[in-house]
Write a protein that binds this ligand. Sequence first.
Ligand SMILES: Nc1ncnc2c1ncn2[C@@H]1O[C@H](COP(=O)(O)OP(=O)(O)OP(=O)(O)O)[C@@H](O)[C@H]1O
Ligand SMILES: [Mg+2]
Length: 386
Amino acid sequence: MREQYSANPFVPGSGALPPCLAGRAAEQRELMRLHAYLRAGRGAPRNAVVSGPRGNGKTVLLRWFQREIEAGGGIDVVWRTPSDLPALDALATTLVPPARFRSLLPDKLSLSIGVGRLGWELGGDPGTLTELLTLRCAHRPLVILLDEAHTLDVAVGRALLNAAQSTASTAPFLLVLAGTPGLTRQLDRMSATFWNRAKHIGIGRLDEAAAAEALVRPFAEQNPAVTFDSPALRRVVDESQCYPYFLQVWGAALWEVAAERAAALIDDAVVAEAGRAFDVERVVCYEHRRDEVERQDLLPVAGAVADAFLGRAALAQDELNAVIGDALATDSTPETVACRDRLALVGYVWKPPGGGDRWQPGIPSLMQYLRSPTAARTGSAPAPAR
Ligand SMILES: Nc1ncnc2c1ncn2[C@@H]1O[C@H](COP(=O)(O)OP(=O)(O)OP(=O)(O)O)[C@@H](O)[C@H]1O
Ligand SMILES: [Mg+2]
């Protein structure tokens, strides 16, 4: 019998949930623990900060959480990005839309109607944002999910973070921020107390078992008769470097080839053909990241950092600082740290929360790619012949 393949469930980079959200059980549990306080009508004891380099799954973890909250019912969940929040009045208007909450209005607040839109005028007073949020939460518990939070304006961020802490202390409220490793530094500038009290969730690469599951399960769910040949699976997991974005690209390519061949077994031949499509996407991804590094004027220092990581999984903070200082030809610690912060902002390097002072490469193999665009493949392991 020919195998039946329906629409490809792998949609890399689309913003949709992957067909199997693998290996995030601990992170999911942390978020559900905070959610439980709101279900009990209380504020979360800590707001949450989800950080990690690009393509590791911050957005999809937030999307999963949004879906869980909505499925549970009884709690409002609002999704925002910094572009929705250019200034304090816009922040208040988008989080507590006056059209819905005007009846809760404290007397002293005024409303403006500009270009056909109803908006709050806080008169520059962040304290009233807390009042508004508390009033909204008294009506119904509220979770705010703010993605790409590392790009949040510092003044707006400060108002939001302070309001989030005060609101959660008296009302059923939770704020979850997600962003690149540069978020840490941004939060420090916005509100040191928020940063210290928040629950930090680091999102890095998956372990090998989870990486395999992310590939195998979607095939098995749609086509129980399809199996993976073990060495072929091993090869795909190795080449993906357990990087979630690469896993989805692999999954999509394997599905296309397997569907075309009506394959019942994903073997070396399927992997070899799918690998050609994967390679194209991998290079596109690296070029995109390289341009991001270049735009920040970081290419020379990124090259020196790549050399220092050669054959090393992690560098101590002092070691990384020394490499950056040498590349910049400076003894100035602030200058060195500012440059390190910029590298973290683009996710070129990151320090996973709770991992001590160990810095890791953000995007796997991007460092090799910067050194030698044609040679970058699977981390330090030699690439299998194809
Ligand atoms: N746990 C996972 N299992 C399988 N696939 C995943 C997992 N997490 C993320 N992915 C996939 O990896 C890709 C990147 O995920 P996502 O866009 O959420 O990353 P991100 O960290 O938000 O990246 P960016 O910083 O660029 O916004 C997506 O295609 C997503 O489906
Ligand atoms: Mg994202």
